[in-house]
Design a protein around this ligand. Structure first.
Ligand SMILES: [Zn+2]
Length: 280
């Protein structure tokens, strides 16, 4: 398991904020191309952490057991042999959930790959999510939340787990390259994205990736080496003040993607702001 920079991951921040307000949902979907299992472990730690504040602290005994995958109250539900989970696995979950936690305050069931859950499984799980004991918590992981039925999604809080540098999506890469070609090309690209009926989570992944790439380009301009071609292209094409403004813009629209359902409106506003920054 590689070192993960929890301070700078938006999903980690969302988990910490909710946990500190004692408002971490008992049902979470972690979706995206990033390390959703690591995110699930972090969320489980937040559920079980004993620290007074700053949950998960990652240092108390509960957190450490979760992070090492040896906590008795965290159940990973997966089948590494078969494509789908068997009916007996789901029945086992249903039984497990009603057995009180051993040492923690909660019992956390993690489904590291929801593509293994067929609709019948999901319907059984929906009932437990809705009517299970108060100490039960569920964490569903998938590359996209569409692997889950709308009925389950409506009961869960969804968090996006974007990929890191290697995984900065192709679409983010493309957007950043196009930024260096001037505002007219950018405008046309965003119009084509809108007419391709881009989904909100795809836009979020693009904006998230562009935020990451511009942040990296800023580091390159202060001397950090990179072997990412898009990052060095950005660093060559823009000075620090423009990169700062681009990075701030993507940080802002990352938030907008999360709260604004209308992809077209977000794209339109972003196009106007980008045009303003890129006009020379
Ligand atoms: Zn802790």
């Amino acid at each position: 398991m590689g070192q993960i920079d929890y301070d700078n991951r938006t999903w980690a921040e969302a988990i910490r904020t909710a946990a500190s307000q004692r408002a971490l949902s008992h049902a979470i979907i972690l979706a995206g191309s990033g390390d959703t299992e690591a995110a699930a472990r972090y969320a489980a730690a937040a559920h079980l952490c004993r620290a007074e504040s700053g949950r998960p602290c990652l240092t108390c005994s509960q957190c450490r057991k979760v992070m090492e995958d040896i906590h008795p109250d965290v159940v990973w539900v997966r089948d590494t042999e078969r494509k789908e989970l068997a009916v007996k696995d789901i029945r086992q979950v249903r039984r497990d959930v009603y057995i009180r936690p051993n040492e923690g305050e909660r019992k956390v069931c993690i489904f590291p790959d929801c593509r293994q859950l067929n609709p019948q499984d999901q319907n059984v799980l929906l009932k437990i999510v809705e009517e299970g004991p108060a100490y039960a918590a569920f964490i569903f992981c998938a590359p996209t939340a569409h692997s889950l039925l709308p009925t389950i999604r409506s009961r869960c809080v969804e968090m996006h787990v974007a990929g890191g540098e290697e995984a900065a999506s192709e679409s983010a890469d493309k957007l950043c390259r196009i930024l260096t070609e001037g505002s007219e090309t950018v405008l046309q690209h965003l119009i084509s994205l809108e007419s391709s009926r881009l989904k909100r989570e795809e836009l979020l992944e693009t904006v998230d990736g562009a935020w990451f790439l511009t942040a990296e380009a800023l580091l390159v301009n202060s001397g950090k080496p990179t072997d990412n071609e898009t990052v060095s292209l950005l660093a060559r094409s823009f000075d620090i003040s423009v990169l700062n403004r681009l990075n701030g813009l993507f940080a802002y629209y990352r938030g907008q993607c999360r709260y604004n359902v209308n992809v077209g409106m977000v794209l339109g506003a972003m196009a106007a702001d980008l045009r303003h920054i890129l006009r020379r």
